[in-house]
Design a protein around this ligand. Structure first.
Ligand SMILES: Cc1ncc(COP(=O)(O)O)c(C=O)c1O
Length: 394
């Protein structure tokens, strides 16, 4: 009989189990919402990126159904062959107007937008100057590009400057940061990094996945929040989080977008969005423009919940956004906290190495615009009770 050549994977999984780091997938039986049924249990959901509750918004649902009826379920091709429909073009026009840039190209996800862009605009001999906590999709894009990768400590612009000063003046440089860091919820040092890019003729790129729909006027992102229009060459956003559906996009000048049409591998080699998803995303832009009160509610809930966790004595790090980590240190303790919270009716996932550094394991919480005060109060009471039980707070 043939010996299974994959047994080494099973032993790696056993190691994870022994370390208390094995996490089975949790499965939702309901739509993604503030309260869900998950693994058969009704829980207050603090684990989604559904910041504005748009996954179930009536306007998005209606536009999706209309597009489904009109265009069918799939696009049937990659964008460059037969997979570009008028509705894809309309979404890109709407996004460009919303972001106040010349043009936009939509990718299948925020991940492919980052990885596809960095890997196509840079090549061997170029250099990337990257914040150490940038998203995995940026890191993968950097590796694929074969450019030299120089990492600076988180938000340390002096260190980034020291790196840039040591580089040849004529070497092509990309300075890149998340707008909102996904595990800590703090903001990138964008104004200072823009100044650095301008001083040394570098390309400035921001991944605004967690800022889209959350920061800036009507959710235009951190570039709008910091008033950096015209100073960031490449803006990446996602349609998969606050926008409620799926996808990523790159906003910039016409030449950048035309170049990506010709060179970005996910654009060239992977099928485009189903038309219903494109229609859903257009509806999400309508909602951002017409219902900014949803964003106000998100921030009210964020302030209430974050200050509640802090008053209980939890370490919430340096968060400046609706992403509020509850940092506990050891990964096994974070996993126990998450499991106990779940048993008590609150879903907040634990995050450990390699997603966050060793010793910085946490339970990550994200409130949404659609959580009620009662749900958030219940979650705070549960955090307090379980946190005391596990000796995390007094
Ligand atoms: C900072 C950041 N960038 C990019 C992405 C990828 O976005 P998407 O989920 O649309 O692929 C994520 C999502 O996890 C993220 O947190």
């Amino acid at each position: 009989m043939r010996r299974d050549p994959l047994t080494f994977l099973a032993s790696e999984l056993d190691t994870l189990r022994q370390q208390g780091l094995y996490r089975p997938l949790r499965v939702l039986q309901t739509a993604q919402a503030a309260r869900i049924s998950c693994d058969g249990q009704s829980v207050v959901n603090l684990s989604s990126n559904n910041y504005l509750g748009l996954t179930t918004h009536p306007r998005l649902r209606a536009m999706a159904v209309e597009a489904l009826d009109r265009y069918g379920v799939g696009s049937g091709s990659v964008r460059t062959i037969a997979g570009t429909m008028e509705i894809h073009m309309e979404l890109e026009r709407r996004l460009a107007a919303f972001k106040q840039t010349e043009a936009v190209v939509v990718f299948q996800s925020g991940f492919t937008a980052n990885a596809g862009t960095v890997s196509s605009i840079l090549t061997k001999g170029d250099v990337v100057i990257s914040d150490e906590l940038n998203h995995a999709s940026i890191i993968d894009g950097c590796r694929l590009s074969r450019a030299e990768i120089k990492v600076f400590p988180h938000r340390d612009v002096d260190a980034a400057r020291a790196i840039v000063c040591g580089l040849p003046a004529d070497q092509r440089k990309l300075i890149i940061s998340d707008g909102v860091f996904s595990m800590d919820g703090d903001l990138g040092a964008l104004p200072a990094l823009c100044a650095l890019a301008e001083e040394f003729g570098g390309i400035m790129m921001v991944d605004d996945a967690h800022a889209s729909g959350v920061f800036g006027r009507n959710g235009r992102g951190t570039i709008d929040h910091f008033q950096l229009h015209g100073r960031v060459d490449i803006q990446v956003g996602t349609l998969s989080k606050a926008m409620g559906a799926l996808g990523g996009y790159v906003a910039g000048n016409r030449a950048l977008i035309d170049f990506l049409h010709h060179r970005a591998r996910p654009f060239l080699f992977s099928t485009s969005h189903p038309p219903s998803v494109a229609a859903t995303c257009i509806a999400a832009i309508d909602v951002l423009e017409q219902e900014p009160t949803l964003i106000d509610r998100l921030w009210e809930n964020t302030t209430f919940f974050k200050s509640g966790l802090q008053a209980l004595g939890f370490d919430t790090g340096l968060s400046q956004s609706p992403i509020t980590p509850v940092i506990v240190g050891e990964a096994s303790l974070a996993a126990r906290l998450s499991d106990r919270l779940f048993a008590e009716g609150v879903f907040a996932q634990s995050i450990g190495f390699p997603t966050v550094p060793h010793g910085k394991a946490r339970v990550r919480t994200i409130v949404t615009a659609t959580h009620t005060r009662e749900e958030l109060q219940f979650a705070l009471e549960t955090f307090g009770r379980v946190g005391r039980e596990l000796g995390i707070i007094d």
